[in-house]
Design a binder for this molecule. Structure first.
Ligand code: MF3
Ligand code: CO
Length: 258
């Protein structure tokens, strides 16, 4: 989601709500895994979107992104220098070595699931693309490891930023993670940069989508004329991973795990 300043109440979820969100997010995770297998040379991003939508409907869910502020598809497909919100197109075919980020959301019984992952088309591919995937996935894990009651959101943000910057890459600031529940975007914002010991205190029942966007070059972004596709200002590669995570007394519960 877009980084905008808004301080509102964080709604805690009851265990039965977290159960429903687990179902919604597991469906997202399953479809993302299926989509990974579809990342082959020559496939159009339109076909990936159609595939995702079919799988969503088949499971009794609704696409969460379609129509959201006018977004025209069920899936976001962002290739290479595209960071997030790439719009599927009949004219865009995947090529060998492309770094592809897939972001998917569903609604199941009024509750939202939201997750993202990135992959590379074909074997090989540029070494930097592989490294970027590893670091972005690692950054998400580093953030999740700070999720527990009485921790603070700034600990999550700082862990992500520290992990990425130690690896020599940078985090995007203009987009952030978010609370999630009966809306796709709820308070709080979950930045991928910040200071530990700051921000809202985490409590059992909070559910947040953590979604680091990492670039191999400039962290500045530009939005294309389509009004959606965010790209790196310098054309460098970008990767994106996202999990929806519940804060529980036992620590983080990754609702969008497969
Ligand atoms: N995971 C993204 C987000 O939280 C997906 C939004 S795509 C949109 O912002 F089309 F729905 F905006
Ligand atoms: Co999200």
């Amino acid at each position: 989601m877009k980084n905008k300043v808004a301080i509102k109440r964080i709604r805690l979820k009851a265990p039965w709500e977290i159960e429903l969100m687990r179902t919604a997010n597991k469906i997202v995770a399953e479809i993302l895994q299926l989509l990974l297998e579809e990342l082959v040379e020559g496939v159009t991003t339109y076909r990936l979107d159609a595939f995702a939508e079919k799988e969503i409907l088949r499971r009794g869910c609704k696409p969460a992104f379609k129509g959201y502020h006018g977004y025209p598809a069920s899936l976001c497909v962002s290739i290479n220098e595209e960071i997030v919100h790439g719009i599927p197109s009949r004219h865009r075919k995947l090529r060998h070595g492309d770094l592809v980020s897939l972001d998917l959301g569903v609604i199941y019984k009024d509750y939202y699931g939201d997750a993202a992952l990135s992959g590379i088309v074909g074997p090989n591919g540029p070494a930097v693309a592989h490294r970027l995937l590893e670091v972005t996935r690692g950054a998400l894990d580093a953030g999740i490891s700070k999720v527990r009651p009485r921790s603070r959101l700034g600990n999550v943000s700082a862990a992500i930023q520290g992990y990425v910057e130690s690896a020599g890459f940078g985090v995007v600031r203009q987009f952030v993670g978010h609370g999630i529940g009966k809306a796709l975007h709820e308070p709080p914002e979950v930045p991928n940069y910040g200071k530990k010991g700051t921000g809202p205190v985490l409590r059992p029942g909070m559910v947040i989508a953590i979604e680091p966007m990492v670039t191999a070059g400039s962290v500045d972004i530009r939005v294309l004329e389509d009004g959606w596709t965010a790209v790196t200002a310098d054309g460098s590669l970008a990767a994106h991973f996202e999990h929806t995570v519940a804060v529980t007394n036992k620590g983080p519960l990754i609702l969008s795990a497969v």
